[in-house]
Design a protein. Sequence first.
Length: 93
Amino acid sequence: MTQSNSPKAVSLEIFRHLFTALCEEMGATLKRASFSPNIKERRDYSCALFDFSGAAVSLGDHMPVHLGAMPMSVEAALAEIGELAPGGHSLFE
């Protein structure tokens, strides 16, 4: 078995696509539920997943200009609210 088709490589690709699909689905749901023309028509939003420490796990490709500031915004918000409890989560707008 080569390195490229090892179980770890396959699992990594499965989870990479899963997390990307989650970000895309978050964006699609936001667009459907929104009343704002900025979101519905201009797609002026971005969705991403971060781990408990604030590191980016997956980024949607909605509005790339937002993605540069997201890691710093999440880091600042986590510094403000403190450590999340096990199983905890936060949603940032």
